[in-house]
Write a protein that binds this ligand. Structure first.
Ligand SMILES: Cc1cc2nc3c(=O)[nH]c(=O)nc-3n(C[C@H](O)[C@H](O)[C@H](O)COP(=O)(O)O)c2cc1C
Length: 405
C-alpha cells in the first residue's frame, strides 16, 4: 500500500493505450491512492468515463465548461487537490498542447493550474515519438515541468509498427511512482510526530459543557500527511467527527487537562509537536456531579472559570522538549502581531497564523490560508487551499527546521 494517502489525478488522452488506463486506475487504487480521472474528449472515443467511475469510486471528469461540476470540485480545486498528476497515456497532441501552455480542455487547464508534480507516460506510434516536433516538446516539457518520464517502451505496436512509443505497462508505471514516493519519504521517515487536534470540552455538569467550533480538520490533515510521508504519528484528539487517518495512533481526550496529560506522555523526545487543537483557556472551577436544574425565580447562573494548563507552552518547556514545537494562532484581529508575540512568549519554533474572523476559511471550513512565522524570523505566506494540501506545504516548511539532516 505504498501509495497510501496520495491523491493522484490520472489524466487520460486519446490514444489506443487508453484501454490500459483502466488497469492502471485499478492498480493505483489498490496501492492505496485516491484516484480522480480526467479525460480529454479524444480519450472518450477509446474508453468510457463509466469504466473509471466503477474502478475508482469517483465520477471521471470530462468537461471544462460544466456548471454542475464547477459547483462541486471546480477545475481549480481539482488542480489543488492532487498530490501528483499522472498522464497516461499522454498523446503527441497532449504533449504539444502542454508545451504550448494551452488550456483548451479540462485536463490541460488543470495542468496549468496545478502546482503538483507531474509524471508522464507517453504512448504513440514510433514515428510520431521519433518526430523532431515531439522530441522538441519532450525537451521543452522537461524544462517547464521537470516531470517524471515513465517510458515509452519499445516493442510491437497496435498499428503494426515496431519501435519506441508503447505506453509502459500499468504495473511498471505504478512501480515507478512507488519508487518516487519511497525516495521522497526520507525527510519524515522514522520521525516521531505528535499532533493535537479538535476542540476540548470543559464540563459544567454531566450533560453540559463549554467548547468551541474547531472541527479538527487541520490537525487531522497534518497527522495524515506526516504519516503518509513516513513519520510515526500520535494524534491526540478532542471530540470530533473525523475518521482516524491511516497509520496514525489516535488518543481520544475530552478536556484540556486530559489533553495535557496525554501530551506530557507522548511529546518528550518527539521530533515535532504540532499544537493544532483549540484548547479551552478556561474550565469550570467546580463542575457539578449532577445535572443542574432550572430554578424558579433565578434569572442568573454564574459559573466561575479557572485557567487551564497551557499545553503548547508546557510542551515547549519540557525537559525532553521535542526538537520542534509548532503552535497555531487563530486570531480575529492583528493576526501578525499576536503571532510574533505568541512565538516568543511560548518558546515556539514555528507559529501558523490564520484569521478566523473570515467565514470562508479556517474553523469548520475545508480550506485555509495561513502565514507561518519562524524563530529565525522566517515568514511564509501559504495561499488558500484545501487543508489536506496545505498540510503537505506546512510539513515542507517544518522540515527546514531539521538542518542537521
Ligand atoms: C485509432 C486511433 C488511435 C490513435 N492512437 C494514438 C496514440 O496512441 N497516440 C497518439 O499520440 N495519438 C493517437 N491517435 C491520434 C489522437 O487520437 C489525436 O491526436 C487526438 O487529437 C488526441 O487528442 P487528445 O490528446 O486531446 O486526447 C490515434 C487516433 C486514432 C484514430
Amino acid at each position: 500500500m505504498s501509495l497510501q494517502g496520495q491523491r493522484i489525478l490520472l489524466g487520460i488522452s486519446g490514444g489506443i493505450a487508453a484501454y490500459k488506463s483502466a488497469e492502471l486506475a485499478r492498480l493505483l487504487s489498490k496501492a492505496g491512492a485516491e484516484v480522480q480521472v480526467v479525460m480529454t474528449p479524444g480519450a472518450q472515443a477509446f474508453i468510457t468515463p463509466l469504466t473509471f467511475q466503477a474502478l475508482t469510486g469517483r465520477p471521471a471528469r470530462t468537461e471544462l465548461l460544466d456548471e454542475d461540476a464547477e459547483q462541486g470540485m471546480g477545475h481549480i480545486e481539482l488542480a489543488r487537490w492532487a498530490t501528483l498528476v499522472l498522464l497516461a497515456p499522454a498523446t503527441a497532441s497532449l504533449l504539444a498542447r502542454m508545451r504550448a501552455g494551452m488550456a483548451d480542455d479540462l485536463l490541460t487547464t488543470v495542468l496549468l493550474a496545478s502546482q503538483a508534480p507531474v509524471a508522464i507516460a507517453p504512448a504513440m506510434n514510433q514515428a510520431m515519438w521519433a518526430h523532431a516536433a515531439t522530441q522538441a516538446n519532450v525537451q521543452g516539457l522537461t524544462e517547464l515541468y521537470d516531470p517524471q518520464w515513465i517510458g515509452p517502451d519499445s516493442g510491437d505496436q497496435a498499428c503494426g509498427d515496431f519501435g519506441a512509443g508503447r505506453m509502459s505497462e500499468p504495473a511498471a508505471i505504478v512501480q515507478a511512482l512507488q519508487e518516487r514516493f519511497a525516495e521522497k519519504k526520507s525527510a519524515w521517515a522514522g520521525r516521531r510526530v505528535v499532533v493535537t487536534a479538535g476542540p476540548t470540552r470543559e464540563a459544567i455538569d454531566p450533560v453540559r459543557y463549554l467548547s468551541n467550533h474547531s472541527s479538527g480538520r487541520m490537525g487531522f490533515a497534518l497527522a495524515e500527511a506526516a504519516a503518509r510521508q513516513g513519520a510515526q504519528v500520535v494524534l491526540i484528539s478532542g471530540p470530533v467527527q473525523l475518521a482516524t487517518p491511516p497509520g496514525v495512533e489516535r488518543i481520544d481526550v475530552e478536556s484540556a487537562q486530559d489533553m495535557w496529560q496525554a501530551a506530557q506522555t507522548a511529546a518528550p523526545k518527539a521530533d515535532l509537536f504540532i499544537g493544532a487543537a483549540a484548547v479551552a483557556d478556561y474550565r469550570v472551577e467546580n463542575p457539578s456531579d449532577q445535572k443542574q436544574k432550572k430554578q424558579q425565580g433565578k434569572n442568573e447562573w454564574q459559573l466561575t472559570l479557572v485557567q487551564n494548563p497551557d499545553i503548547i507552552d508546557g510542551v515547549s518547556r519540557l525537559k525532553d522538549r521535542p526538537k520542534q514545537v509548532v503552535g497555531f494562532a487563530a486570531e480575529t484581529q492583528d493576526v501578525e502581531r499576536y503571532a510574533w508575540d505568541k512565538l516568543a512568549r511560548k518558546n515556539l519554533d514555528w507559529i501558523v497564523a490564520n484569521d478566523v474572523s473570515r467565514t470562508d476559511i479556517g474553523f469548520n471550513s475545508d480550506d485555509n490560508e495561513v502565514t507561518v512565522f519562524g524563530r529565525q524570523n522566517e515568514r511564509y505566506d501559504i495561499g488558500r487551499q484545501p487543508k489536506s494540501v496545505l498540510a503537505d506545504a506546512l510539513l515542507d516548511v517544518f522540515a527546514r527546521g531539521f538542518p542537521e539532516d
